[in-house]
Design a protein around this ligand. Sequence first.
Ligand code: ZN
Length: 190
Amino acid sequence: MVDKKYIALGVLAVALVLLYRDKASVPAYFSINDINSKGQPVPDEYRANAAELVKNLNIIQDELYKINPSYKINFTSTYRTPEHNASAGGVNNSRHLTAQAADFKVDGLDAQLVQKIVKRLVDGGKIKAGGVGEGESFTHYDIRGYKTSWTYTNGSGSGTTSSEWKSSQNQNRVIPVATKETAFYNDIDV
Ligand SMILES: [Zn+2]
């Protein structure tokens, strides 16, 4: 006969594990199907890239959600076929060609703030280090594996790159810490 005390302890342990697992996991806001070139799916050779990109995009979306549940990523460009990339004015070695990059907007949030939030996630080791393209109205994020950022000139992808953030002088600006219950939009430092 097992003591009721041990049964209760067992139930508690299972509950704690489930609770922890729930807190540690990030919801699947996006799937690999969201990475496509005007509806054309990512070819097999780049599926692993797309899966890794999605994993990081889910973390970005979760952070935005925790700042304000209304902040939703809307993709303007993800994977691009060579033809699509050429028509979009992408550079020849664009990470979009290998399903390692996404351009997106967040309704209600200035792109400049989105870019800071993405960089903060990289700096905090929450998402993979990569490129952050600082568009006026959109953000480019890619999973190249090292930090770099640039601005766009003449609407195309040209700009300067380095092994650090281009806008490093802005990194000390305060961006609010996300909590699920509170909307911080009015407190965000523009
Ligand atoms: Zn891009």
